[in-house]
Design a protein around this ligand. Structure first.
Ligand SMILES: [Mg+2]
Length: 358
């Protein structure tokens, strides 16, 4: 049975989150990065919305150049706590769909769904359901690639962006990669690309046809990787990172509310529910956070690192409710509240180690 791996990649993540938080920015070129200071600013573009990309603006470009390409774009400084909170919510959705998730970065993850789908048809339906839920709950789009291994799934998620879904049937891995330029192959940076270009190897298909000993001669150990990757071979398994795990709970109120008792009640319930999950999982959390979204979509997050890791509902409830208090001074109605438990770790590391010796 071939494996079924999904690679989920959020579309223009930082810029999309900013557009979600500022609905008036939707459909407009948005550039997240350094301050352009009328074209004299230093620093680079972190993310550009798809509307900004139409002007030729892209990530890692000097901000002064981005400004020259589109002076009317909305330039905004990165709000990392906000992106982390959105990322946590997305990863939570992904973990609901599959127990086997490898988070690669703030906006990217692999899912092994070999046990959830029996073929690529089912995988496509599964991926569509994930896209739907992320759109519905987080108002964000992503692109997903489905394939029999990580390498091809990742290439596939990049194939049709934004809001894409690309499925590579088992057996078609090599044919799918073949027409793509070599720089699209995972691990091929500008340097390797230059060397390959000099050897007149421009597509992944051309690279796949080069005898492996020639590649090893040219690139050393990397040559073997290039040979296998170009042929669509990747046996690597998902690396599940415990540390990256977090538990997030959000609730959008039926009607925006200024009822503090109701808000605290919801936070209390969510905290209890999250602690139950921790206890079932025999784990604890070190960081407790909350999220508040006001009626105008302005969103705030607040976190506290505890002195001792815990999965005790009362401790977590007191912390989340305490973090919430200052927001009640605000005159705006609340649209959404959420909690986040992060820096998860096994309940008792030491005990576990002792058991291993017995
Ligand atoms: Mg992305």
């Amino acid at each position: 049975m071939p494996r079924i791996i999904l690679h989920v990649d959020m579309d223009a993540f930082f810029a999309s989150v900013e557009q979600r938080e500022h609905p008036e920015w939707k459909g407009l070129p948005v550039v997240v990065g350094a301050d352009p200071k009328l074209g004299k600013g230093r620093g680079v573009v972190a993310t550009a919305s798809y509307e900004a990309r139409k002007f030729g603006i892209h990530s890692a470009m000097p901000i002064s150049r981005a400004y020259k390409l589109c002076t009317t774009a909305i330039f905004t400084r990165p709000n990392f706590p906000l992106y982390l909170s959105a990322s946590g919510a997305v990863m939570d959705i992904l973990r609901k769909f599959s127990g086997k998730v490898e988070q690669v970065s703030i906006d990217e993850a692999y899912l092994d769904i070999s046990n959830k789908a029996s073929d690529m048809n089912e995988a496509a339906k599964f991926a569509a359901a994930i896209k739907n839920e992320i759109l519905e709950k987080e108002q964000l789009t992503c692109s997903i690639g489905a394939a029999s291994n990580k390498l091809v799934a990742k290439t596939a998620s990049d194939f049709r962006k934004p809001d894409g879904l690309t499925v590579v049937e088992p057996g078609n891995e090599k044919a799918f990669l073949a027409p793509l330029p070599v720089r699209k192959l995972l691990g091929v940076g500008p340097k390797t690309e230059m060397v390959l270009e000099e050897l007149e190897i421009n597509t992944i298909g051309e690279l796949a046809g080069v005898p492996v000993d020639l590649l090893i001669q040219q690139f050393g150990k990397m040559g073997l990787y290039l040979h296998e990757a170009a042929n669509g071979i990747d046996e690597s398994d998902l690396e599940e990172t415990y540390e990256a795990k977090s538990i997030n709970r959000n609730l959008t109120f039926e009607h925006d509310t200024r009822d503090n008792t109701l808000v605290l009640q919801v936070i209390e319930e969510m905290s209890r529910d999250a602690c139950e999950l921790l206890q079932e999982d025999k784990s604890t959390c070190r960081t407790v956070g909350i999220k508040v979204r006001f009626e105008d979509f302005e969103t705030h997050t607040k976190e506290k690192t505890l002195a001792e890791p815990t999965n005790d509902p009362t401790t977590v409830q007191n912390t989340t409710k305490g973090l919430m208090q200052p927001f009640f001074a605000d005159k705006r109605k609340i649209r959404l509240v959420g909690i986040r438990l992060a820096h998860l770790q096994p309940q008792d590391n030491r005990q576990k180690r002792v058991q291993e010796y017995i």
